[in-house]
Design a protein around this ligand. Structure first.
Ligand SMILES: Cc1ncc(C[n+]2csc(CCOP(=O)(O)OP(=O)(O)O)c2C)c(N)n1
Length: 205
């Protein structure tokens, strides 16, 4: 797990891109490139291990690999059409294709872990537009006020599909910049080398 490199993640996404381009995956796929080193660093620095829960969204291939899912198992799940909502309970990975759907679940899981005195922490990874939603704010506020073992990781590519997040909200900074809530949030910017979804061209089955 700690051995995974940027090149490993890149080659996985490239392989999926090639398969998707051949029309062999009959479901949406969201590829990401340009944040491998940030994600590897976060997994290392936070010492994310088997007891920890990962919540992600439609773009979670990298998270699954970093949490220890094998290339083969992940590829199989994607080929079965599960890329936008990858779930591997045995690895404590839960993802959803619905914007805003897992912030409350992450806070609730962290609350349960703390209350039951269990090992493990929660890490929720989302995009910049997701981090501007009301539910993100509520979950972070609750986690902060009750000192819950959850961190929210925001990968900021500046876009929500093709909409400029900063322009939408009239602010050049995310809402949490300079607030006490930054303690619960890990934030970085990157440029996604892939389109938001798919390959940017029509794939015929
Ligand atoms: C409730 C809901 N509304 C709309 C969508 C369509 N949608 C999928 S991803 C996305 C953009 C989210 O932007 P961001 O959180 O910045 O994610 P990223 O750019 O990192 O993929 C939208 C609007 C959705 N999946 N769920």
């Amino acid at each position: 797990m700690g051995m995974l490199t940027k090149a490993d993640i890149e080659s996985f996404e490239n392989e999926i891109a090639e398969i998707f381009g051949k029309g062999l995956i009959k479901a949406p796929v969201h590829l990401r490139a340009g944040r491998e080193e940030e994600l590897i660093r976060i997994f290392k620095e936070q010492n994310i291990g088997p007891d920890d829960y990962i919540f992600g969204f439609w773009d979670s291939h990298e998270l699954c690999l970093l949490k220890g899912v094998s290339r083969e198992d992940l590829k199989r799940a994607i080929m079965e059409g599960r890329s936008i909502a990858l779930c591997f309970p045995e690895y404590k990975i839960y993802c959803s294709g619905i914007v805003g759907s897992l912030m409350g679940v992450a806070a609730g899981t962290a609350w349960a872990l703390k209350r039951q005195g269990q090992k493990g922490r929660v890490f929720l990874f989302c995009g910049d537009m997701s981090s501007e939603t009301g539910i993100f704010h509520e979950a972070v506020k609750y986690a902060h006020n009750f000192d819950l073992p959850v961190k929210f990781i925001v990968s900021d590519n500046g876009l929500s599909v093709m909409t400029d997040t900063r322009e939408s909200w009239g602010s050049s900074e995310p809402w949490f910049k300079g607030t006490k809530f930054e303690k619960n949030i890990i934030y970085f910017t990157y440029q996604n080398a892939w389109p938001h979804s798919g390959l940017g061209k029509l794939i015929k089955f």
